[in-house]
Each structure stands twice: as structure tokens, then as C-alpha cells.
Write a protein that binds this ligand. Structure first.
Ligand code: SAM
Ligand code: DTB
Ligand code: SF4
Length: 331
């Protein structure tokens, strides 16, 4: 959706915006389902990149130490526990700039994905940059969706990260799409960006062809020691507006209410669900940061009369019948 249309939505009175998002939601999704996704950091910390929100960058004294890639048997235990607690998607994250074919690390990751994908959950990974060859290998190993966020607008991106570019992010996303994998792509609110950056981010992501399979909307969790440690919190009504606009502009994407739920009230989260969010990270921990307790989330889901979504292992890209040309994918 182009910027001027997104901006017109943003200008609507909140109730009208939510009402529109709600009707798009109900045309495309069961009204009261929420997808439960469990995150696991399989390789934590020591990252070469300088993303200024991230506790895992080696450049900041955040208190997160660099660890080695987890052993497969430990990952399997965590994946089985996630499945047993009702998760239908298992997302593995690694603090790497990227992965390359032919390396021991990549072979280990493919082996892990192979085994995790046997458990019946959707499998998502976020490993940084990938080329065409790596993307094909990941798909063949059993990855359902690849997470790679654009995080903010192309214009604001250089204020957040200097070690790679916005275009680098787009290139990885293109490689993932060309390999036929579903893309999970969204961003973070609260990096010091303004509304126009948030809408530009949604413009870029909603103009992908095909549109992303899922769109995580993170609210910055300020991490001690990072340049964004003192950033001010995201206003809940701004978050609700962005979720509603994401829902309207990407009707068939799962909109994931992602990092930052520990700072949201139950009422705030409910408003986000009502405005079109239909997925959450579930489990007491995100990658390094806290997430609401499982019991609390289950109680909220129950109170709202919502139910967990079933897995969809064979993702069909939302816009697969779209005949628009696939190139270029510009910022
Ligand atoms: N290294 C990979 C990459 O950068 O794509 C994967 C891991 S990275 C931690 C995944 C995403 O988590 C980031 O793109 C960002 O949107 C989100 N994230 C990281 N730190 C965060 C924080 N402190 N608050 C909110 N979201 C955060
Ligand atoms: C995404 O958009 N959010 C998740 C997932 N994709 C990998 C990560 C959130 C990380 C929050 C900060 C932390 O745990 O360090
Ligand atoms: Fe590394 Fe990803 Fe964190 Fe950036 S967001 S520092 S690439 S782990």
C-alpha cells in the first residue's frame, strides 16, 4: 500500500481505524484465534553488527555474554517442550551477521532444522543475511518462514545500524522469496523514529511481492548498555494504530504483537488483538529479554474467549495469485 493511503488511515479517528481493521481481519481470519510462537536463541551474543537496540551486539556492554551454538539435543528438548505447551511455531534466532554455505556452522543449523521440523510445528529461523544458495538449503531442510526485519524506514535505518544497509536487508528478503520460503518481516517501534518512518516501514513491507506471511511488530525493550537504553516507551495508542494499519495493508499476513508485551497492560494487548494482531511470542523469554509468563498469557487468551491457531506447515505466500511483476523490490 502506498504511503499516502497509509497516511490517510493513520489520520482516521481511532475507532474508525479499528473498525476498518476489524472488518478486514474478519474477512480474512477466524475472529478469535491467536498463533502461539516460541522463540529460542540458539546462538546468543557476540554479534559483529551494531544495531543500536540490540543487547546481542558485541559492541555494547549489555551484560549479554557471547555463547556458542547450542547443542542439537538441548534445542530438541526446548522445541518439544514448546510443542507440549501448545506452541505451533518454533522460531530459532542466532546473533550472526549471516550464514554461508559450506561452513560447519551452516551445516549444523541445517541438521538442527531437519530434526525440529519433524516435530510438527511451523519452523522459523532468523540467522541474519542469506544468499540464494543458503535460502534454498534452508527451505529444503524444512524451514517454514525466514524472519528478517526491515526494522524501520529506509531513511531512518542509518541512524540505527551502520554495519549493514537497508538494501542488504532487502537483498536477503528477495533471496528468501526466490527460494519459495515464506517471509516474516516487520520492525520495531521506539527507536526514536517518527510516525512517517513507521508508515514508510509499512509501505516497504506491504509492497513486497508476495506480501510477508507474517509481520512482527516489536516495541523497543530498552537494553542497558545499548545506545537506546534510555529511549522513551511506545505509546499504546500509537502501537494500536500501527497494528491496525498493518492489518488493513496486509490482510492475509499474521500480525505478530512481538517484543514489549511485558510493558503492556492486558487491556492494551486486548486492544492490539481487536485491531488485528493474531500472533504472539509465547514463553517466558524472548531471545535475551523477558516475555509474559505462559500461565498469564493462557489466562488472558481464555478470558478473551480466544483460542490458539493450528500450524500451517506448507505456507502458501499470501499474494501467490498476484500477477504484479516480481521486480524490482525497492525501498
Ligand atoms: N541477527 C538476526 C537479525 O538481525 O535479523 C536475528 C536476530 S534479531 C535479535 C531479530 C529482531 O529482534 C530484530 O530485527 C529486531 O526487530 C528485534 N529486536 C532485537 N532487539 C530488540 C529489542 N531490544 N527490543 C525490541 N525488539 C528487538
Ligand atoms: C522479531 O521480530 N522479534 C523477535 C524475533 N523476531 C526473533 C525477537 C525479539 C527480541 C527482543 C529482545 C531480546 O530478547 O533480546
Ligand atoms: Fe546482531 Fe541481529 Fe542483534 Fe543486529 S539485531 S546486533 S544483526 S543479533
Amino acid at each position: 500500500m502506498i504511503y499516502s493511503d497509509l497516511e490517510a488511515l493513520y489520520q482516521l479517528p481511532l475507532f474508525e481505524l479499528i473498525q476498518r481493521a476489524r472488518s478486514v481481519h474478519e474477512e480474512n481470519w477466524p475472529a478469535a484465534e491467536v498463533q502461539l510462537c516460541t522463540l529460542l536463541s540458539i546462538k546468543t551474543g557476540g554479534c559483529s553488527e551494531d544495531c543500536s537496540y540490540c543487547a546481542q551486539s558485541a559492541r555494547y556492554k549489555s551484560g549479554v555474554d557471547a555463547e556458542r551454538l547450542m547443542e542439537k539435543c538441548d534445542i530438541m528438548k526446548r522445541a518439544e517442550a514448546a510443542r507440549d505447551s501448545g506452541s505451533t511455531r518454533f522460531c530459532m534466532g542466532a546473533a550472526w551477521r549471516g550464514v554461508r554455505s559450506g561452513t560447519k556452522r551452516f551445516d549444523q543449523v541445517l541438521d538442527i532444522i531437519n530434526d525440529v521440523s519433524e516435530l510438527g510445528m511451523e519452523v522459523c529461523v532468523t540467522l541474519g543475511e542469506v544468499g540464494p544458495e543458503e535460502a534454498v538449503a534452508l527451505k529444503e531442510a524444512g524451514v517454514t518462514a525466514y524472519n528478517h526485519n526491515v526494522d524501520t524506514s529506509p531513511e531512518y535505518y542509518p541512524n540505527v545500524v551502520t554495519t549493514h544497509t537497508f538494501q542488504d536487508r532487502l537483498n536477503t528478503i528477495r533471496n528468501v522469496q526466490d527460494a519459495g520460503m515464506a517471509v516474516c518481516c516487520g520492525g520495531i517501534l521506539g527507536l526514536g523514529e517518527d510516525t512517517s518512518d513507521r508508515l514508510r516501514m509499512l509501505e516497504v513491507v506491504s509492497e513486497f511481492n508476495p506480501q510477508p506471511e507474517s509481520v512482527p511488530i516489536n516495541s523497543l525493550m530498552p537494553m542497558p548498555g545499548t545506545p537506546m537504553a534510555e529511549n522513551k516507551g511506545v505509546d499504546v495508542f500509537e502501537l494500536v494504530r500501527i497494528i491496525a494499519i498493518a492489518r488493513i495493508s496486509m490482510p492475509k499476513a499474521k500480525v505478530r504483537l512481538s517484543a514489549g508485551r511485558t510493558n503492556l497492560s492486558e487491556e492494551g494487548q486486548t486492544l492490539c488483538f481487536f485491531a488485528g494482531a493474531n500472533s504472539i511470542f509465547y514463553g517466558d523469554k524472548l531471545l535475551t529479554a523477558k516475555n509474559p509468563a505462559v500461565e498469564k498469557d493462557l489466562a488472558l487468551i481464555d478470558k478473551l474467549g480466544m483460542s490458539p491457531q493450528q500450524p500451517n506447515r506448507k505456507q502458501t505466500p499470501p499474494d501467490s495469485d498476484d500477477t504484479r511483476p516480481r521486480e524490482p523490490q525497492t525501498a
